[in-house]
Design a protein around this ligand. Sequence first.
Ligand code: MN
Length: 238
Amino acid sequence: MKQPVIVGVTPLYDIQRDSLWMVPGYMDGIVDAGGLPIMLPLTADQQQLEQLIDRIDGVLFTGGQDVDPAVYHAEMLPSCGEICPARDAMERVLLRLCRERHKPVYGICRGIQFFNAALGGTLYQHLPVELPSEVEHHMQAPYDCAVHTVSIKKNSLLHRILGKESAAVNSYHHQGVKTLAPSLIASAFAPDGLIEAVEDVSQPFFLATQWHPEFFFEKDADSRRIFRAFVQACAEKA
Ligand code: MN
């Protein structure tokens, strides 16, 4: 029997309740794409993460709290939201291990922000203050509809996945990529110029989007295409 493709999913952490939790769409989107998701424990213990990563085929970096500006060597502005040092610590180790082992990774929302910050880029701490625009980046629920378009860089991984140069996406974020990390390329842009997707072309599959396919995949073929491409890359590494 063929082994299932196992995708590790970074846990969400409710600091006030001291509780790990999960948005079902992260798991369901992976299942819909043919993978088997498993929520990882919240730990920055390198040995534990090494043991886990050797048993999984890829990692989905989920949304969540703002990245601590200390990660990108910036002062925290008053408009920065709640941070989660435990997730920053975990994801720093996990991202390094994934990259060393060439494991497929896909980052969503906080995921694109964390990848960029951890790899040497910087973030806008609050877009309405630092990059005011007419584009609706912080939509109200429900999140299963598109609120702005993105233009997609030709010949990028995202372009190959979606097969087009423009897509309509949902948007639920108040931070964003400011200066791009040296090892990343930007592969999608909102109409106001904000970077909405990044890739590392030196890795087999390294993609992050500022938008949220986990809220949209049941209705939106593009969201399903992204989950499928990611799970397919995980299958190739399995
Ligand atoms: Mn947006």
